[in-house]
Every structure is written in C-alpha cells, then in structure tokens.
Design a protein around this ligand. Structure first.
Ligand code: SF4
Length: 157
C-alpha cells in the first residue's frame, strides 16, 4: 500500500485530536473529488513498517492525547489496500487502548466484499458512499455530500 499524507496531530478529520492517514488508490472517480492525486495505487509513497509503528506510538503518546485514528484517501477499502489496513486496525485495537477508528470509503456498506467487511470488525465508525457533487453540502459534518452515511458500528474488540 502507498499513502499520501500522515498527520500525527489532526483536529479536522474526525472528532477530537487524532492521527490521520490518507492512503493511495481509489476506483470511484467522483466528479468534484478534492483528492484526485490519490486515485492511482502507485501514487504517494510506500506505507512501511516504520510508518505503521509510528502511528501506534503516536496513538500511545501520553503527552498529546489522541482520541483515535482516521483513515481516508484515496480509499482505505480499495481491495489492494485492505490487507495492510486490516493489519493496522487490528494492531490499533490490540495495542492502543480506548482509541476509536474512523474510516471513509467510496464503497457502500451493503456492497462490501467479505474481505472488506473484515475491516469493519475493528473500526468504530464507517462513513460510506461516493462524493456526489449535486448533493454536496458544506454544512454537513464528517461527510461531503448528503448521500454519504455515518455508520456507528458495534465492534468485536
Ligand atoms: S471516493 Fe473519495 S477519493 Fe475516491 S474519487 Fe470519490 S471523493 Fe475522490
């Protein structure tokens, strides 16, 4: 998996103070996409073990307390990103107590593959659906267009 940006302290992508990761790769090609540079799986830079370790360390940091991790892009649920994302979210839930995980995807929840659905077992909130320019509303919180849905999930761990 490649990624574009990692913010170790972020207060605009999800509730509270968070770590945010923007991955590479998206098939949805939404008109009006604000992040076209992330569409190619080969864009950005490699997501290394060191970056994963840094995210865990930042979430465990007691000096700047983070509420959790935000995963966006690009699309974290692009099939080629799922194995790496699954490894990351499992680690966060195992090693970072009481941190929530929010994930934004262009897929609809009811259309996810079994492989993509595995990720949902380890996240707290899924914001799903493509960005639809005709339904865009700057007053919406945590989503760009009104067709997108914020799903508060029950997680297993
Ligand atoms: S899902 Fe997000 S990143 Fe992908 S094309 Fe749509 S707005 Fe852009």
């Amino acid at each position: 998996m490649n990624y574009h940006r990692y913010y170790s302290v972020d207060v605009v992508n999800g509730p509270g103070t968070r770590c945010s990761l923007f991955v590479a790769g998206c098939v949805h090609q939404c008109r009006g996409c604000y992040n076209k540079s992330t569409w190619s799986l080969n864009s950005g830079i490699p997501f290394t073990q060191e970056v994963e370790d840094q995210i865990i360390a930042d979430l465990q940091d007691v000096n700047i307390k983070r509420q959790g991790l935000s995963l966006s892009g690009g699309d974290p649920l692009h099939p080629q990103n799922v194995p790496t994302i699954l490894k990351l979210v499992k680690r966060v839930k195992t090693e970072c107590a009481n941190k929530d995980i929010w994930l934004w995807t262009g897929y609809k929840r009811d259309q996810l593959t079994p492989q993509q659905n595995q990720v949902l077992d380890y996240i707290d909130v899924l914001v799903d659906g493509k960005f639809v320019q005709d339904l865009a509303d700057p007053n919406l919180i945590w989503r760009g267009s009104s067709n997108q849905v914020i799903h508060y999930l029950h997680r297993k761990s």
